[in-house]
Design a protein around this ligand. Structure first.
Ligand code: 5RP
Ligand code: CO
Length: 216
């Protein structure tokens, strides 16, 4: 099964409630929420009040992508706001094993994200504990960037690591995903596809999601 996770970073924030309601009625399984702190990445996006508000609109899985330093400080609050899955960056946490275990102890799913410049070998020993690995296919911080081709090799590497230990792992790809490349990413082993610009383009959310699904 291939999961679509539209990123609300590309939504029209004037009409966020309406657009999230449309995602709620769509065939997308997850909603990807990009949290940026202006420190780990050179941009600031949204935080607790927004997540809490849209939680009232939909029961879809909230796939919360934390692009923040010291994510362990904020786990309880993200869970309280309605996060179902919390993904932290490998590069942002000095004690990642502890944070993974903490998130799991709270009954929340956990993912680790890797920047384009971080090799996949760093997460090999962590995979047994994880629900998801997120391969960044753009440098984090902004939507609408071009897909980095070598990300495909990284998807294949993580897929092989999971296969070698018989682990049912979610492998998410985030950045520059569109109908022209989505099929090739699934062929590499991805099973959760984030799309921001490709979903919200021209305000044709339903049609764009259908087109992504058809391209698979
Ligand atoms: O994490 C992200 C950026 O750091 C976003 O999820 C990602 O960029 C999605 O947007 P798009 O599909 O427009 O590339
Ligand atoms: Co993201």
């Amino acid at each position: 099964m291939v999961i679509l996770s539209p990123s609300i970073l590309a939504a029209d924030f004037k009409r966020l409630g309406e657009q999230v309601s449309r995602l709620d009625k769509s065939g997308a399984e997850f909603i990807h929420i990009d949290v940026m702190d202006g420190n780990f990445v050179p941009n600031i996006s949204l935080g607790f009040p927004v997540i809490k508000s849209i939680r009232e609109i939909t029961k879809k899985v909230f796939d919360v992508h934390l692009m923040i330093e010291q994510p362990s400080k904020y786990i309880d609050e993200f869970i309280a706001c309605g996060a179902d899955m919390i993904t932290i960056h490998y590069e942002a946490d000095k004690h990642i094993d502890r944070t993974i275990n903490y998130i799991k102890s709270k009954g929340c799913k956990v993912g680790i994200a890797l920047n384009p410049g971080t090799p996949t070998c760093v997460i090999k020993d962590l995979i047994p504990q994880l629900d998801m690995v997120l391969i960044m296919s753009v440098n984090p911080g902004f939507g609408g960037q071009k897909f980095i081709e070598y990300s495909k090799d990284k998807i294949k590497e993580v897929s092989l690591m999971a296969k070698n230990i018989g682990k049912d792992l979610l492998i998410e790809v985030d950045g520059g995903v569109d109908p022209t490349n989505i099929k090739s990413l699934v062929e590499c082993g991805a099973n959760v596809l984030v799309a921001g610009s490709a979903v919200f383009k021209d305000d044709k959310i339903e049609e764009n999601i259908d087109n992504l699904r058809k391209a698979l």
